[in-house]
Write a protein that binds this ligand. Structure first.
Ligand SMILES: *Cc1c(COP(=O)(O)O)cnc(C)c1O
Length: 456
């Protein structure tokens, strides 16, 4: 099938197109930090795929049926039915977004001094583990370290390391499998790996949860890549993954193609009751959990749409097509391309920049200056460690830029535009300047730091 979006456009939003001079002024005012730009200064926004998807006509009309009753709203029961059907878990709690689910569940499960193990904890997941007094340890598989080898399941957990930790001296409070592995390059996790990890956890008596923000995208890549799963539907594969776990947290800002939402879904009624108490105290009553009836309806409909094979096939084809155009332009990517994002190897494109001059940030900034494209680095600015004087002492393992692809928002020609802008940059990479940090807060520095170009 040729690449084609399986929907047509009924409502449009104009895209701002600025001159280079206007973009330069905007970036300087923003302290060269893309998080400080205004949306009206951006032509193509690839900062995140979270809450940025386009609603369908069916979701819009479902929203009109939203029941805004304080308790027992029809919309909750529709939401619950869809999540129950998808996951098979008997206890379903809505929350306003993924991190609320993490805070509530981990607060109930983890004890100070314990460790939480994962293929890779997403950054809010890690923060919520730490807030509950536990330590987060990532155990990515060996293949994940090699950016360019197209191994099919680089999101897997390292089973040997998992077994060793479960056998070790530090008590393990939980194991969280992130599907797909967002922190680990958006790579999928195989069903064989989920099953083996679940088995190790069962034998050790440790709860095993999914962080299921991209449950449908993971299922789709399992169908494409894992022997024995071809011919299954995305819904069947997602269900098989949920069947292997004791429960799940999910940010529904991703694979429910809606702007806000999340859930905690659990098998154990006692744990669910504990979570429900905190939910009511901090999010909202158990039948809305911080969401409106309208949101619950749109989420329920989005979770039905996201498992449609035509939608997932087109999403895979679009990201792969962007990856092929980018490679043709001479820019290396993390192989193989996943679904929700394409990761560019900025370290390789800009070898004249040392890690302390943040090649990832330099490429992300240049994409904005040259073409109005907003994206974020995943390199030493975000993940590196510095000493007290702000000197980079431990660079990130890789200097990457993430091009996140919002769901159903951009067409093939938008993505080709992105590749063309990159191709222009790749013609003269030596002219891209590095950056240095001028001001940085002590926490979550990439959101708030101010940087400036280093004069060559
Ligand atoms: C986005 C995300 C979260 C956090 O969800 P929010 O809805 O942003 O709070 C947690 N885990 C993963 C894997 C995510 O992608």
């Amino acid at each position: 099938m040729p690449l084609m979006e399986p929907y047509r456009i009924k409502v449009v939003e104009p895209i701002p197109i600025l001159t280079r001079a206007e973009r330069e002024a905007a970036m300087a005012r923003a302290g060269y930090n893309p998080f400080n730009l205004r949306a009206e200064e951006i032509t193509i926004d690839l900062l995140s795929d979270s809450g940025t998807g386009a609603l369908s006509a069916a979701q819009q009309s479902a929203g009109m049926l939203g029941d805004e009753s304080y308790a027992g709203a029809r919309s909750f029961f529709r939401f619950r039915e869809v999540v129950e059907d998808l996951t098979g878990y008997p206890s379903i709690l809505p929350v306003h977004q993924g991190r609320a689910a993490e805070r509530i569940l981990f607060g109930a499960v983890l004890k100070p001094g314990q460790v939480s193990l994962s293929n890779t904890h997403f950054d809010t997941t890690r923060a919520n583990v730490v807030l509950s007094g536990a330590t987060a340890v990532d155990l990515p598989c060996a293949e994940a370290a090699d950016l360019e080898t197209p191994a099919p399941f680089k999101g897997d957990i390292d089973l040997g390391a998992l077994a060793a930790h479960l056998d070790g001296d530090t008590p393990v409070g939980q194991v969280v499998m992130t599907i797909t592995n967002n922190g680990g390059g958006g790579q999928p996790v195989s069903m064989a790996n989920i099953a083996a990890a679940a088995e190790l956890c069962r034998a050790a008596g440790v709860p095993f949860f999914l962080d299921a923000a991209r449950f449908a995208e993971n299922a789709w890549l399992v169908i494409q890549r894992e022997p024995g799963w071809a011919g299954k539907t995305p819904r069947e594969v997602a269900r098989a993954a949920f069947d292997l776990a004791d429960g799940a947290v999910a940010s529904l800002k991703k694979d429910a193609i809606a702007h806000m939402g999340g859930f905690i879904a659990l098998r154990d009624p006692d744990l669910a009751a504990q979570c429900e108490l905190v939910l009511i105290a901090t999010e909202g009553f158990r039948t809305y959990g911080g969401l409106s009836g309208r949101d619950l309806e749109m989420l329920a409909q989005g979770m039905r749409e996201v498992v449609e094979p035509e939608y997932l096939a087109a999403r895979e084809a679009a990201t792969r097509h962007l990856g092929e155009c980018v490679k043709a332009a001479g820019v290396s990517i993390v192989e193989p391309a996943g679904l929700h994002a394409l990761y560019l190897n900025a370290g390789k494109l800009l070898p004249h920049l040392e890690p302390k001059h943040f090649p990832g940030h330099a490429l992300a900034t240049e994409l904005y200056l040259a073409g109005g494209i907003r994206c974020a680095e995943l390199g030493s600015l975000y993940l590196g460690e510095e000493d007290a004087d702000g000197n980079l002492v431990t660079p990130a393992p890789h200097e990457l830029v993430r091009l996140a692809i919002p769901r159903r928002v951009y067409t093939q020609s938008h993505l080709e535009y992105v590749a063309e802008v990159l191709a222009e940059i790749a013609k003269d990479p030596g002219s891209v300047p590095g950056y240095r940090v001028v001001e940085a807060p002590p926490l979550l520095r990439h959101f708030n730091c101010v940087v400036e170009p280093v004069k060559p």
